[in-house]
Ligand binder design. Structure first.
Ligand SMILES: Nc1ncnc2c1ncn2[C@@H]1O[C@H](COP(=O)(O)OP(=O)(O)O)[C@@H](O)[C@H]1O
Ligand SMILES: [Mg+2]
Length: 152
């Protein structure tokens, strides 16, 4: 499986939201998007814009699931948004709903907590600070997936 990577500059929050919306438009059930980066990098901001785009509801409430760990949205396709920051080592990922069904889209913050359970076909997005508003997104994944989600 050939891997590819792309580096994007996200000048401000609308740029992050616009990236999320274009990935949402090209996404399919079974896609897994891992969102890495430090606190405040924009992981939840990305997830919120992505979920609102799939829901076709720009005002949909999308809280950060840092206490519930997992939040599933009955969209079409359904989306599971997870924030694994507080995951205990022995928590059962399947019990949390992270069974990586091919009928669901997964958006996962703090994906390093998945360890070996992270699907090899996932798209990795690592967000890093460049300044108060600006972020770098390092996007990495199978060439076929990158080609579909980020054409051009
Ligand atoms: N380019 C940007 N992309 C995303 N968020 C940004 C950007 N610039 C500033 N922000 C701000 O950074 C914060 C990101 O918060 P959040 O998405 O909750 O981060 P995380 O989930 O990574 O901890 C928000 O307050 C948002 O307004
Ligand atoms: Mg977050």
């Amino acid at each position: 499986m050939g891997m590819e990577q792309r580096v994007l500059t996200l000048a401000d929050q609308p740029a992050t939201e616009s990236l999320a919306r274009s990935l949402a438009a090209a996404s399919r059930p079974g896609d897994v998007i891992l969102l890495a980066g430090p606190l405040g990098a924009g992981k939840s901001c990305f997830a919120r814009a992505f979920i609102r785009a799939i829901a076709a509801d720009p005002a949909l409430e999308v809280p950060s699931p840092s206490f519930t760990l997992v939040q599933t949205y009955p969209t079409d396709p359904p989306i599971t948004h997870a924030d694994l920051w507080r995951l205990n080592g022995d928590s059962d990922l399947i019990e949390l709903g992270l069974d990586f069904s091919d009928r669901m889209i997964y958006l996962i913050e703090w994906p390093d907590r998945l360890g070996d359970a992270a699907p090899r076909t996932a798209l990795h997005i690592a967000l890093a600070w460049r300044g108060a508003e600006s972020r770098t997104a390092l996007v990495r994944g199978p060439a076929s997936l990158l080609g579909r989600l980020l054409p051009g």
